[in-house]
Design a protein around this ligand. Structure first.
Ligand code: CP
Ligand code: NVA
Length: 330
């Protein structure tokens, strides 16, 4: 039987397919329990701290609601309002927080930071996004796929369109490799060249065992047969200076209705981790447009179409994050 008590959640690469299956099953179960109004206060008496060095809406709120639902106390800290990283080393912060709290969430830049936190804290640490991974997002995405696509994960093909070298694309490689899925990183060759070759090799090792197919392609033919088209912003948090270059490279990879048609799958679903620039409603998208850059990674038509399951996906952030907390400290 799977037992994840005391484990940190830094990347899906640290977990076996059975362990990932266990967290997904737990998330489905916790979701139906919440819908039925059943609450067992599984985290009563526990305390959790959330550390954010980058901004967040979904991840922060998912952690907070998950804790509140199950009776845990929760503290939010960002770099602007704490000593973290300025007046105190991460090692010291981790050691202190490990004395107060039963678990620590961290969102920031380098993956090594979340690894160091786990090394020094003495309590489970959960990765709430780094420059190279976003494992809680993948759990929510897999859960959403299971709700909307009537076949097992190992028969599902996911095509990620756009900035194929970002945290979401790597996180997808890990998730798909582990769960025996078909993943295509569909984007320009220039960005394919920037992919971390060590990561690709590690992912292919896992794929050999699970039967997964992990590909990188700039060929539109790879859209055919997709069950999921996935997009993310073209410039991640901290990469805003790259926008002009990315718009030039990624405009052909914007998801529109023609791309939906190119899948030749009338049931294809559209997923996006959010936040998304699908129109010009945000200050950032408008300013970029005025400067001559159309940063929409998906059209509003697709985003609002029947293919789009993005709000189910967003909701599932909470159920899957709750599953991770419950599994590791519950
Ligand atoms: N998808 C996601 O992580 O959203 P936030 O940045 O709002 O947390
Ligand atoms: N790639 C995006 C994901 C946001 C959830 C970023 O890192 O900004």
């Amino acid at each position: 039987a799977v037992n994840l008590k005391g484990r940190s959640f830094l990347t899906l690469m640290d977990f076996t397919p059975e362990e990932i299956r266990y967290m997904l099953d737990l998330a489905h179960d916790l979701k139906s329990k919440k819908r039925a109004g059943i609450n067992n206060q599984i985290l009563k008496g526990k305390n959790v701290v959330l550390l954010f060095e980058k901004t967040s809406t979904r991840t922060r709120c998912a952690f907070e609601v998950a804790c509140m639902d199950e009776g845990a106390g929760v503290t939010f800290l960002d770099s602007g309002s704490s000593q973290m990283g300025k007046k105190e080393s991460l090692e010291d912060t981790a050691k202190v927080l490990g004395r107060f709290y039963d678990g620590i969430e961290y969102r920031g830049y380098e993956q090594s930071v979340v690894e160091d936190l786990a090394k020094y804290a003495g309590v489970p640490v959960w990765n709430g996004l780094t420059d190279v991974d976003h494992p809680t997002q993948i759990l929510a995405d897999l859960m959403t796929i299971e709700e909307h696509i009537a076949k097992p994960l190992n028969r599902v093909k996911v095509v990620f369109c756009g900035d194929i070298r970002n945290n979401m694309s790597y996180a997808w490689m890990y998730g798909c490799a582990k769960m025996g899925m078909h993943y295509v990183a569909y984007g320009p060759d220039v960005l394919a060249k920037e992919l971390d070759q060590d990561v690709l090799a590690r992912v292919q090792e896992v794929a050999k065992e699970t039967g997964a197919v992990i590909e990188v392609s700039s060929d539109p033919a790879s859209l055919k047969g997709a069950d999921v088209l996935y997009s993310d912003v073209w410039a991640s948090m901290g990469e805003e200076a790259e926008i002009p270059e990315r718009v030039k490279l990624l405009t052909p990879f914007r998801i529109d209705m023609d791309m939906i048609k190119a899948t030749e799958n009338p049931e294809v679903i559209f997923l996006h981790c959010l936040p998304s620039f699908h129109d010009f409603e945000t200050k950032m998208a408008r300013e970029q447009k005025e400067a001559g850059y159309d940063i929409r990674e998906v059209t509003d038509e697709v985003f609002r179409s029947k293919h789009s399951k993005v709000f189910d996906e967003a909701e599932n952030r909470m159920h899957t994050i709750k599953a991770v907390i419950v599994a590791t400290i519950g």
